[in-house]
Design a protein around this ligand. Sequence first.
Ligand code: ZN
Length: 266
Amino acid sequence: MRLGEKPGTVVGLAAAALLFVGGSVPGSVSGSSTGTRTVPPPTAAPTPTPTPSAPPLKDFQRPVTDCAKHKCVALTFDDGPGDHTARLLDMLAAADAKVTFFVVGEQAVHYPDLILREVEEGHEVGNHTWHHTQLDRSSIARIHKEIDGTSKAIERILGFKPTLMRPPYGATDARVAKIAKSRGLAEIIWSVDTDDWRDRNSSIVARRAIRGLRPGAIILLHDIHPTTVDAVPAILKAAKKRGLTLATVTDLLGGNPKPGKKYMGE
Ligand SMILES: [Zn+2]
C-alpha cells in the first residue's frame, strides 16, 4: 500500500489474507445462525449475500503460538524496514517462523507495504522511536514526540497502535518507563546481542544467535544489514533442530506483556 491510499485497502487485504489461510471471516456465515435475521418467505427473491465485514487487521496480532506448550524463542529485527526486509520475510515464511520487528518511524513511512506485510504474515511490529533516539538522554517532550510519532505512523498503516517498544541502545529510565506505561507499551530489551551492526559477517552473526538459542531468549538482530539477513536461514535451521519455535515477543511473554514493564528475555 502506498501512503495516501484509503484504509479500506488495508482491510480488504486483511480479509483476503484471512480467507486465504482458511480462517472464517465474522459475518461471512449465514445470518440465520445469529438468530437476528428474519427468514424470508419462500416466494421472496433470494437475498443477495452481504459483503462480509472485514475483520480488523489487528486480528493478525492474535496469539499464534502457545509458548506454555512450545519451547519458544524470539528473534527481533530492529531499525527497519529496509531494502532487505522483503527477502527476510520470504525466508521466514518458508520456515513458518514468526518474529518481531522494532521499526523506526522515519523508515516506516517509507515502507508502509512492508509493515503491512509483516503483520499480515503473522509477525509483530513494535515501536523503536522516530529517529533512533537515545531516550534516557532526551527531554520528556522529545521522548513523547519520538514515541507518539512512531506509534501514530504505525497506526496510520495498520489501523492500530503497537503494544511493544524497544528503546534504542536498550537505554531507558524511569521517565521513559512512565511514558511507555501511559501509552500502553511494554519495554522489550534483549538477552542475546549478536552485535550484527558491528560484525557484518553472516557466519559470525549466525554463530552468536545460535549460541543464544534457548527457551525464552530474546535475540537482537537488524534487518537493515544484508549480512544479518544472510545469517537467518542457518539460525532457523538450528532452532528447528533443537525443537525451538520462533515466536513473536508477545507470544513468548504469554500473550500479555504489561505496559511500562521492562522485559529482558531469558
Ligand atoms: Zn536500533
